[in-house]
Design a protein around this ligand. Sequence first.
Ligand code: ADP
Length: 416
Amino acid sequence: MRARTGIDEIEVLLVVDDPRNSRRVRRALVEVRAGVFRITRVNRLQRALELLAAGGSFGVVLLDLPSADTQRLDAVARIRATAADVPIVVLAGTDDDMLALAAFQRGAQDWLAKDDLDGRLLERTLRRAAQRKRVEVALRREIREVEAARSRIEQQAVELRARAEQVDAVNRDLDDFTYMASHDLKEPLRGISGYCEILLEDYRDRLDPDGVRRLEALTGMCDRLAKQIENLLAYYRVGRTHDVDTDVDLEEVAAEQLDTLGATIDQRRASVEIAGRLPAAKGDPTLFGMVLANLISNSLKYNESKPPRVQLGAVAGEPCTIYVRDNGIGIDPKYHDAIFTIFRRLHGRKQYEGTGAGLTIVRKIVQSYGGRIWLESEPGQGSTFYFTLPPATKRVPSGPNAPHWIARDAVGVARP
Ligand code: ADP
């Protein structure tokens, strides 16, 4: 509501015992801005409490305390308890700091000595009290909202944790199932494979060539199945424990893996380059070796370029992001997710040998260290696989920053 002056009108609930005081207050208010304050006067505290409890639109309570004893001060507390959001200004007989303090402790916003009462002071005090209360109410509302939001977030965190635990439990069950199934399959498979061998050795002359061919095919199938079972078991083991958690120099790990792959590299007349010093990561050197070995051997395998080229490096500006790039056959983006699914292959075995478990195991290793793996690739454009690992606690000693060849390249450049 607005008065003629254009200033917000304040509705004052005047609680006053003594009619002379009431007149004095009215006069003081009228003195300055007639019409800016609307006054409702009550003689008894009980009536004031009823009006406040009924939810009147009072902007401020002006409480007359002729003699400020403790009992009367309790009126402040009772008004505060009835209407928490309406400011209280106490009009006291004397200017007594201790009593003022006692009134503040009971919830009063301000304190005025009757002797000082003049229109300007009263108006200023009422306005200030109303203003302060508005700010306080707004603040309290905001605090309530923030607290409500916080408890919603806490609730969601609890739910998320519970869901994560459920997912973990399901994953553990699945892993256990994988382990049991693989383990249980191994035994009969070994039996079938053994019988095939006996048949081929002891009964070969009693079988016609077609029978021998079929039996050999059966042995091949048994070998493949055994490999897949081994892969399943390897997949099961990854991430179950992180017993080894040390600083791992990826440069050394890469060099070891390239040594192991030396024969394949030579045979394919491929070149493998490390572009700058690889960083150190924190974790298990054997598992990180598996990651690099899988990615490098895929780069060599799925590659028809002459010569096949593979480059390993660290992404500049990132703490520990490694890439493995090749000039191979590339992968259609529509399969970029599928290739990480266990036993999912994009080619027949005749074209490229494999079981389809390598990348799934690689991803599980990377993820078990909180890392991420992704790729950029187009058919015929080569592939770049990226993965992140937790960086080592200590920095690795500085090494060659220029590209260095670890394996012999197609034209015979020697290892360093
Ligand atoms: P595997 O090599 O035993 O088939 P992987 O899980 O390592 O299993 O790879 C899954 C599939 O992803 C492969 O069958 C192949 O089609 C594709 N792939 C993986 N790496 C590359 C690569 N560097 N270039 C092209 N295709 C690749």
